[in-house]
Write a protein that binds this ligand. Structure first.
Ligand code: MSP
Length: 519
């Protein structure tokens, strides 16, 4: 079977609460996944949860629960976020699942057999009160640790280390030879700068099971579990391997699976700037050591703040995506985050900014266009599509081609702006052609037919182009146009799809206007 387009997101820590940042990343991935489906690709979109580690274990204990039961409960709210965001993910990975665990163990065994691990003494500062490791960076200017940590001891224990050092040179060469591998380019330069100016420390990849048992047992040494990054990064291949991806079953010497989907290498891996080093340095080295090709692209997005401040649950300064969706709908949320912030820089959420885009761009821009175009078609032509007209054909087709080209390159915000040039052009066309005046003059019948056709066709093409971003609204536009298909193929973004004589179903409000509260 031919390879599918494979896209992943970072997997979220299960013990946090979903906020704008997590939701943003998943929406970006979903827009890419849907746009590739519209381009005709078969797509596999994976997202999920990172569940192991000390903190989860402690939080479970504090509630008198087993870690698995605690994770199962928390996972429900994360899984419901994927539904509320209307994500089209094909699978949902949980690192505490058996299928992930078994594949991580297969990876560890293979790496161990090929000499990629060695055992050595680990020395680190350790806070027993917080049960966490500290580094030199955690020291305060006077050299002490915050009293919050209680007594800090120097802890010495044996662990398994994964060799990174010997991989530094080829990785630099690879990143330099593949300028598209890490995007945006300023993030790529950061990674190169880091690799050129530092010596990589081998990665401590285990913990003694006596101290931390909420991890994945190391298959070649039952006294240890693997933890955090080794476990988490592997998810991108463990799920395809568990499904029987032939490239992975071969690399891991697992039994072949006749119907396994061909997924690896991933086409795009999307993640936040804070975890770029893990994905652009550790992960490629792990893959090379396993004998697997690297992902085709690592796309690092920026971080959101709220009202110019870091989001933090303790200060209450957070944007809860579910609350926004409850009030405004998933499409409004999806639209806003992609429109407001390009992939790369940091962004700032303000409620006023959200309301203002909702009102100007969704309610008065797209919503009003569709509503008045279809209302006039219904009123003046009984909802029957008139004779075909080409008046806007060439400019709309050019814009559609540009937007599709931008989507192909994962340029989601520029593509959305291009699509909005169609919204603006069509609204301007109504103002210029004044169909309500044409309707009063019998001599203008043919002209009115032409205007109504052009407007309805613009709405149809907009639905097709917007489906990756705002799927529910796009499908509603198709419904209102009386079209039974889904607007999920860019092949339909060519002018002339509406047949003369076709009856539309009639307009419904897409984005209800909301009175803004007085400032
Ligand atoms: N579990 C690790 C990732 C392992 S991937 C193999 C992790 N989890 S996280 O829950 O802290 O973050 C998940 C994703 O959300 C990351 O890509 C992170 O950058 C992103 N965001 C978390 N807060 C964010 C913002 N305030 N803004 C944008 N994205 C942010 O890291």
């Amino acid at each position: 079977m031919s390879k599918q387009f494979y896209i992943t997101t970072a997997i979220d820590y299960v013990n946090g609460t979903p906020h704008l940042g997590h939701a943003y990343e998943k929406v970006l991935a979903d827009v890419i996944a849907r746009s590739r489906r519209s381009l005709g690709d078969r797509v596999f979109f994976l997202t999920g949860l990172d569940e192991h580690g000390q903190k989860v274990k402690q939080a479970a204990q504090a509630q008198g629960l087993e870690p698995q039961a605690y994770c199962d409960e928390l996972a429900l709210s994360w899984q419901s976020l994927t539904t509320r965001l209307n994500l089209s993910n094909n699978d949902f990975v949980r690192t505490s699942s058996a299928r992930h665990r078994e594949m991580v163990q297969a990876i560890l065994s293979r790496l161990h057999a090929n000499g990629h691990f060695y055992q050595a003494e680990y020395r680190g500062y350790y806070s027993t009160r917080q049960e966490t490791f500290l580094t030199e960076k955690d020291r305060r200017p006077d050299g002490t640790f915050d009293p919050f940590y209680g007594e800090v001891i120097e802890l010495v224990e044996e662990n398994y280390y994964f060799r990174l050092r010997e991989h530094q040179a080829w990785l630099i060469d690879y990143i330099e030879a593949h300028p598209d591998f890490i995007e945006p380019d300023y993030r790529r330069n950061e990674v190169l700068g880091f690799l050129k100016h530092n010596t990589l420390e081998d990665l401590c990849s285990t913990r003694p099971a006596t101290r931390l048992n909420w991890g994945i047992p190391v298959p070649f040494d039952p006294d240890f579990v693997t933890y955090v990054w080794f476990d988490a990064l592997s998810n991108y291949v463990t799920i395809p391997a568990a499904l029987g991806d032939p490239a992975l079953t071969a690399a891991l010497a697992l039994p072949a699976h006749p119907a396994g989907p061909a997924l690896w290498p991933a086409d795009v891996q999307i993640l936040g700037k804070d975890i770029l080093k893990f994905h652009a340095v550790y992960w490629p080295i792990m893959l090379k050591a396993i004998g697997l090709p690297l992902p085709r692209k690592i796309l690092a997005h920026g971080w959101w703040q709220k009202d110019g401040q870091r989001m933090s649950k303790s200060t209450g300064n957070v944007v809860d995506p579910i609350a926004v969706i409850d009030e405004w709908g998933a499409d409004a949320f999806r639209y806003y985050v992609v429109r407001e912030l390009d992939i790369g820089p940091d962004g700032n959420w303000t409620d006023a900014g959200f309301r203002s885009r909702y009102s100007a761009e969704l309610a008065n821009g797209l919503g009003n266009l569709v509503n008045r175009s279809l209302s006039m078609l219904q009123r003046y032509r009984n909802g029957i599509v008139p004779a075909r007209s080409e008046e806007l054909a060439s400019e709309i087709s050019t814009a559609a081609r540009t937007a599709i080209g931008q989507l192909r390159e994962y340029r989601l915000q520029p593509a959305l702006l291009t699509i909005w040039s169609i919204v603006n052009r069509a609204n301007q066309y109504v103002d210029q052609t004044t169909p309500f005046k044409l309707a009063k003059d019998p001599a203008q019948t043919a002209k009115l037919d032409a205007v109504l056709y052009n407007l309805a066709e613009c709405c149809r093409i907009l639905a097709v182009l917007l489906w990756p971003y705002i799927p529910t609204s796009a499908e509603r536009i198709y419904d209102q146009l009386g079209l039974a298909a889904k607007p999920d193929s860019f092949d339909a973004a060519t002018w002339g799809g509406l047949e003369p004589g076709h009856p539309i179903a009639g307009p419904q409000v897409l984005f209800p206007r909301k009175d803004s509260p007085t400032p």
